[in-house]
Design a protein around this ligand. Sequence first.
Ligand code: 13P
Ligand code: SF4
Length: 344
Amino acid sequence: MPYTQAQITTEAHRLYGLLQHVSKTKNTTWSLTDCETAAAYTLEINRIKQEKNAVILAHSYTTPDIVYGVADFRGDSFELAKKAQQTNADIIVFAGVWFMAQTAKILNPTKQVVIPAGRAGCTLADSMTGEDMQKLRAQHPGVPALCYINSTAEVKALCDVCVTSGNVFDMAQKMPGNELLFVPDMLMAQNIEIELARRGTPKKIIASGGSCCVHTQYRPEHVEKLRADYPGITVLVHPECAPEVCALCDYVGSTKGMADYVARSSQKQFALLTEVGLVNRLEAEHPDKQFVWEFGTCSYMKKNTLMNTLQALVAPRPDQVVTVDEPLAQAAQKSIYKMFELAK
Ligand code: 13P
Ligand code: SF4
């Protein structure tokens, strides 16, 4: 639908009000001109969304024009899985990566779930097949199995409880016995073992070999350099990073955990060892605080754009429509519902 210049200008100012403090590149922030370019898309997406009774769920790692321009809910993988479970919309547009949209479909078998980015992978989810999981379980009979939500439906179907970065330590602690299978993130597995020992409830964690291509890039020397360059800085880290990096930071937690930490803190300067999308969210929501960010971009998440969000909403391509076979969906659903139950 063509919009008048006055409508575009009003929408551009709405977006600028939200994005003016947000980095667009390392050295620039969102300008009014950037917002004018986005405005024609956000107006049309928001109009069609209402017409079709669709809801847009956006992970914090997608770009700020999606997160603040068109998303109805923004958050980390746990928050978005909960929203997907609760929505009354007929169509769920999931701006994220494939396993996240697949989780939304598993929770809503009768709804249409589309992902603008198509089959956008994740190095963690893609590191392990259902067959690999089957073998691992056969090698360790009777040992409870947790899977990180960054896993395929096949892997979820073979595990007892699905977890997210927001609840992984508590869930691991709740499992019976002194051994635990945790897949597919080997670094998070090491962090669990360390955290459970610290809590006085040690367990042996048996892991598979996956890792996140974004979070594995952080090394202890980055933290040391940050502390040298910005004396007194507060450093936050995602538990997908290596334990030796986590050990040097002030807080280890999920995307939401880090956001809550910043909101509660009276500190003014933070470094985030995670994906730039979270930095952008915090820039938007805390203009009075300073965020130092060196690198860390998930190219899979950034495959979602306003352009393909509009196209997926109007006429999704087959690769943007999420389908999961009924028996597989039912089996995978059990581990996700178990997480909701235990997380209460
Ligand atoms: P969150 O669970 O913190 O949203 O993390 C998802 C993810 O993909 C992190 O890389
Ligand atoms: Fe997967 Fe890492 Fe991207 Fe998260 S940041 S979606 S774990 S590749």
